[in-house]
Design a protein around this ligand. Structure first.
Ligand code: HDD
Length: 711
């Protein structure tokens, strides 16, 4: 008995993740029950179970018989299960989140009085949820789509949500169009096809009918639509907000998150395959990086335009389909976001987190951006149908500062407020509003006069300049990817009216683009540009030119391919170098049981076998030599496919000794020459090294990937 008990305790201890120490930000947000070894299975009303395996029955001698509806334990379990689902988000249903902290390193007190943006001694806890937009909750991560980047900052003055995307502009200018946009993008109404993609008639019909969406669909068709990782995406608040400083001066502002790792994408073929091979690719990637302690980080930046300069631009600064080009309005980096803790349980945290654009703190306000104004209505409203009126009491949504008011009741009310009054003003002067000096939110007095009308400013009518700016700013590789993306999407449109018209729309951006897409996807071949190309570029828009991206292998996955008879020395050197570079080595074997090295004594148990894991799931490939191992791998179709596919997806491939020939043969490259010791030969992205030193493999990977602009 003692033996049984101690092993149970051990198992329970394994199941319990245990409290996390030392993270002040995390402690503030903690509302987690622990499964201690003493815990026993109980009903929700606290009574202990003796069996959770058999429904109460009237049994005969052979122990069979009818089940009794009387069984409260069984009924509770089924009731709970029947009601487990809540409505999924109407958009951004598929997502993944993490906790972290926001740290300010430069005060922005010249433009705002928000303490979170002026007090450099603070550490503000955050929860961030990344998402796709169109797919349902169970859809794949790597589809072509915009990615949500929603940040909740639990500040001492209340929650501040920046509900942004990985693309700095939006499809529409006025929120009234949002239901049409989403209806057109989601699966078609008659057959609920296709899932999680814009590659269908209705979306492109909508796009043609909304010239304002031209700029955004160019971004969505660029490599931004298929990020390598949530950790390698920019984030943008998109809308124009307002900052107010202590002197009462108002400025316009856009918010930016810029990833430390740079901006990187999958290639389309990888994205397509991953959607089937590992639909949780992005979810796992974020989790893995945090568990490995390679915490994702973003710099936080603001672009600010003074009220006096509002009309000095050739676009309307309140139009969410326009960027503020960085050469005109530089980004001022003032803080840093770090994600460092995975959620304890997905549903109560990642699924129940709820954001509102309208939730800002003193010092931050709203502009007349018509998209933002509508969003400020929509988010609270949608939380009501998803989570109910008391959604802000859920642990993940609760502010960390005091909340006290006379809002009462409603389904699922948790808060219990003692006292005899529930209104203001009251004879006790209990819970009065705060003055400005006490940190109360004050709306800046602003003169508003006008004619009630459904209208947009003249500058809102111009829809192509920035679409052209974006196209012009792309490298040739990025342009080729965009042509392929558009050709893929339009090929999935069945109606010739839809793809034919879209091809003509592309002539508003660039004749060459329109012709290249038409040559593949059909439609009448355009003969002339509808408007001249202004020729302007903005380098910050290109991923290959992305400023500040320092090539690194940290947090990347590198596969090491082995069969029996592999070269243990090369293997260990590479393994050590990968680990030292903070990358994740994944040993992929012909089988998942012990694989023995050429020396006959060293062995390794692979993380995965060749069929179970695919090249798409890693960033680079290393094959150590070893006569027998290479002989086996050369005869294995899947192994050859690993090498060919890695090459096709522009991955760095390292090989030593006999493995160089394997790589050469697999990809039919005539001229790979193994270099002398320590030299790195980089040809077509393939790296061969004569003799591996503990450090040079990771250097080689870095150099090769940097050279290809792939990192
Ligand atoms: Fe939205 C969710 C981002 C326009 C209405 N939106 C949602 C999420 C993100 C965005 C990241 C997921 C939040 C989460 O993880 O829980 N949305 C944007 C951006 C937009 C935008 C960057 C343009 C600048 N959205 C937009 C408009 C409307 C909405 C114009 C409606 C008028 N969005 C919603 C919503 C959602 C939502 C229906 C669904 C789930 C939720 O709010 O909480 O209210």
């Amino acid at each position: 008995m003692a033996g049984i008990m101690s092993s149970t305790v051990q198992k329970v201890q394994q199941a319990v993740m245990g409290p996390r120490e030392g993270d002040k930000a995390a402690d503030l947000l903690k509302d987690t029950k622990e499964m201690t070894p003493k815990a026993r299975l109980t009903t929700d009303y606290g009574v202990k179970y003796t069996s959770a395996d058999d429904w109460l029955k009237v049994v005969s001698q052979d122990k069979t018989g009818p089940a009794l509806l009387e069984d409260p334990f069984a009924r509770e379990r089924i009731h709970r299960f029947d009601h487990e689902r809540i409505p999924e988000r109407v958009v951004h249903a598929r997502g993944s989140g993490a906790f972290g902290k926001f740290k300010l390193y430069e005060s922005a007190e010249d433009v705002t009085l928000a303490k979170v943006l002026t007090d450099t001694s603070r550490e503000t806890p955050v929860f961030v949820r990344f998402s796709t937009v169109l797919g349902s909750r169970g859809s794949a991560d790597t589809v072509r789509d915009v990615r949500g980047f929603a940040v909740k900052m639990y500040t001492e003055e209340g929650n501040w949500d920046i509900v942004g995307n990985d693309i700095p502009v939006f499809f529409i200018q006025d929120a009234i169009k949002f239901p049409d946009l989403i209806h057109a993008g989601k699966p078609e109404p008659h057959n609920e096809v296709p899932q999680a993609q814009t590659a269908h008639d209705n979306f492109w019909d909508f796009s043609f009918n909304h010239t304002e969406s031209t700029h955004m669909f160019m971004w969505a068709m660029s490599d931004r639509g298929i990020p390598r990782s949530y950790r390698m995406m920019q984030g943008f608040g998109v809308n124009t907000f307002v900052l107010i400083n202590a002197q009462g001066v108002r400025s316009f502002c856009k918010f930016h998150w810029t990833p430390e790792l740079g901006v990187h994408s999958l290639v389309w073929d990888e994205a397509l395959k991953l959607a089937g091979q590992d639909p949780d690719f992005h979810r796992k990637d974020l989790w893995e990086a945090i568990e490995n302690g390679v915490y994702p980080k973003w710099r936080f930046g603001i672009q600010v335009i003074s009220e006096a300069d509002e009309h000095k631009f050739d676009f309307d600064i309140l139009d969410a389909t326009k960027i503020w080009p960085e050469d005109l309005v530089p980004v001022r980096y003032i803080g840093e976001l770090e994600l460092n803790r995975n959620p304890d349980e997905f549903f109560p945290q990642t699924e129940q987190v709820a954001f509102c654009t309208s939730h800002v703190v003193p010092g931050i306000g709203f502009s007349n951006d018509p998209l933002l104004q509508g969003r400020n209505f929509s988010y609270f409203d949608t939380q009501l149908s998803r989570l109910g009126i008391n959604w802000q009491e859920l642990p993940i949504n609760r502010p960390v500062c005091p909340v006290m008011n006379f809002n009462r009741d409603g389904a699922m009310r948790h808060t219990i407020t003692r006292g005899t009054v529930n209104y203001w003003p009251n004879r006790f002067e209990a819970c009065p509003p705060a003055s400005h000096a006490e940190g109360g939110y004050v709306e800046l007095a602003e003169k508003v006069a006008g004619i009630k009308a459904r209208a947009r400013s003249v500058k809102f009518q111009e829809h192509y300049n920035q679409a052209q700016l974006f196209w012009n700013s792309m490298s040739q590789v990025e342009k080729n990817h965009m042509i392929s993306a558009l050709a893929f999407e339009l090929d999935h449109c069945e109606d010739p009216v839809v793809y034919g018209r879209m091809v003509t729309r592309l002539t508003d951006i660039d004749l060459g683009l329109a012709q290249s897409v038409s040559a593949l996807a059909g439609g009448e071949m355009p003969q002339r540009a509808t408007r001249p190309n202004h020729g302007r570029k903005a380098p910050a828009l290109s991923q290959t030119e992305f400023p500040g991206a320092k090539p690194t292998i940290a947090s990347r996955r590198i596969a090491i391919l082995v069969a029996d008879g592999y070269d243990a020395v090369a293997f260990s050197a590479a393994y050590a170098a990968i680990t030292a570079g903070l990358a994740t080595p994944l040993v992929i074997g012909t089988k998942r049981n012990k694989i023995v090295a050429a020396d006959g004594t060293t062995s390794v148990t692979p993380h995965h076998h060749l069929e179970g894991f695919r090249s798409t799931m890693v960033d680079a490939l290393f094959v150590p030599g070893g006569e027998q191992s290479i002989k086996t791998l050369s005869r294995n179709g899947r192994a050859l496919h690993w090498v060919r596919e890695s090459f096709g997806h522009l991955k760095a491939i390292g090989a030593t000794g006999e493995a160089a020939a394997l790589v050469q043969n697999a990809i039919a490259l005539p001229q790979i020459t193994a270099s002398v010791s320590g030299d790195v030969v980089e040809r077509y992205g393939v790296v061969t090294i004569g003799q591996v030193k503990p450090t040079n493999f990771s250097e080689a990977v870095t150099i090769a990937k940097g050279a290809k602009g792939f990192l």
